[in-house]
Design a protein around this ligand. Structure first.
Ligand SMILES: [Zn+2]
Length: 170
């Protein structure tokens, strides 16, 4: 009987950190808050739950596939990857570090959504003012609802005269 190597939940999380979002190669799916849950049962069977950032996001199929490939590559013998729609992904699941990396990559981070009751924030999100990731200016305008992918919209900064993308998977 072949030896089956058992993995801890911690190891599985480490493997998941090696999977980057195909849309945003500087971020891994753990930082993004896409990988939600890891369970290892007593037989060593691994269950990974991932929640799509946005129900129509075409990247999700790719992410599911990448997770499968990564776990296989890492020698995880018995696992399943499940898409979990029980909860709705929000940008609050992204780590602050992830938001900084996103900005450094030239994509305006998504707005926080948890303070919906805040009138100021509400008006901000209604008018969709997205600060420029390069110069932090608010003198930006929406060019197109769709950027390079359906999950991003295209903006232009009037201050530093550069186009940038806004990640809007919320
Ligand atoms: Zn700018």
């Amino acid at each position: 009987m072949p030896t089956i190597q058992l993995h801890t939940e911690e190891q599985i999380w480490d493997f998941l950190k090696e999977v980057t979002d195909p849309e945003i190669p500087v971020l891994n799916i753990v930082e993004m808050g896409i990988a939600r849950k890891v369970e290892v049962d007593e037989d060593g069977k691994v269950l990974v739950k991932i929640t799509p950032t946005y129900s129509g996001c075409p990247a999700m199929n790719a992410i599911e596939k990448l997770v499968n490939e990564k776990l296989k590559e890492r020698g995880v013998a018995d696992f399943s990857v499940k898409l979990d729609f029980a909860e709705t992904w929000t940008t609050d699941w992204m780590t602050d570090e992830a938001k900084v990396k996103l900005k450094d990559y030239g994509i305006a981070p998504p707005e926080k959504t948890e303070d919906e009751d805040d009138d100021f924030l509400k008006s901000l999100s209604n008018t969709k003012i997205v600060p420029c990731p390069y110069c932090d200016s608010f003198e930006t305008e929406l060019v197109s609802q769709f950027g390079s992918t359906a999950c991003k919209s295209q903006y232009y900064c009037n201050e530093c005269e550069q186009p940038f993308e806004h990640f809007k998977c919320i």
